[in-house]
Design a protein around this ligand. Structure first.
Ligand SMILES: [Zn+2]
Length: 251
């Protein structure tokens, strides 16, 4: 039964992941509701059902559109596969229960943020508002212990990022600030601190590496959202281990 459910959550993740790719690509353009059918962004050909199978279609078409032969970015099937694996891991770690719902909501939001921020350097407000509504309901039903950790986390996330934006002048943007505020509300102030620590660390290491390898230029801004997403995921899944280590080391 466990194996069957793990497989089920993997497939659910790839199918929803395929949908989240579309949401992440279309939401910043405001076109989510107007265009129901998926199409090739290059030749505008409407895609048939067999061109929309997560991961498999990409492999069978050798990474190209069947209409115009334009290559499709491997980021999209990779994100489908990653979301599939992460959904399976969520079930594996939390079993069936409220924590699983929280985990799947967070990972769904993270997938869409990843796509939008990598493609357009934007974390759409509509997306954050939509998930904020769901997380408020979730935290009313299942409050943190103590419950005000949500309030301190939310306000802390907003103010600390606002200070960083003022000081660094462009290291982070308004979308990052709102995302940190939202994460502080959902995860509480302790996990928010860990997320801050991990995302800035990962951001520094990765952008340093990309600079050194000549893949990006010093003056060109890079999206910070993906680092927040990865940092928050680590913080969320490792939970107590990293928190205890971090709080003992730095406070
Ligand atoms: Zn095409």
């Amino acid at each position: 039964m466990t194996l069957f459910l793990t497989l089920y959550f993997f497939l659910l993740g790839t199918i929803l992941g395929s949908f989240y790719n579309v949401v992440g690509l279309r939401l910043p353009n405001g076109g989510l509701m107007h265009e129901n059918r998926s199409y090739c962004p290059n030749c505008k050909k409407t895609l048939a059902w067999y061109e929309l199978i997560p991961i498999l279609s990409y492999i069978l078409q050798k990474g190209r559109c069947r209409g115009c032969r334009e290559s499709i970015s491997p980021i999209y099937p990779a994100m489908e596969a990653i979301t599939g694996v992460i959904f399976a891991l969520c079930f594996y770690q939390f079993g069936l229960g409220p924590q699983l719902i929280l985990a799947l909501l967070l990972m769904s939001m993270f997938h869409i943020i990843m796509v939008s921020d990598l493609r357009y350097m934007v974390i759409p407000d509509h997306l954050l508002l939509f998930f904020f509504g769901l997380f408020i309901v979730y935290r009313i039903l299942y409050p943190l212990d103590p419950w005000w950790s949500s309030l301190i986390g939310g306000l802390g996330g907003l103010t600390v990022t606002a200070v960083i934006i003022l000081v660094s002048r462009g290291g982070m943007g308004g979308g990052d600030m709102k995302l940190f505020g939202l994460l502080g509300f959902v995860l509480g102030w302790k996990l928010l601190l860990v997320t801050f620590f991990l995302s800035t660390l990962i951001g520094a290491v990765v952008s340093g590496g990309l600079l050194a390898a000549g893949i990006i230029q010093r003056k060109k801004p890079i999206p910070f959202g993906p680092f927040i997403v990865v940092g928050a995921s680590f913080a969320f899944f490792s939970d107590r281990i990293i928190i205890d280590w971090y709080l003992q080391t730095f406070f």
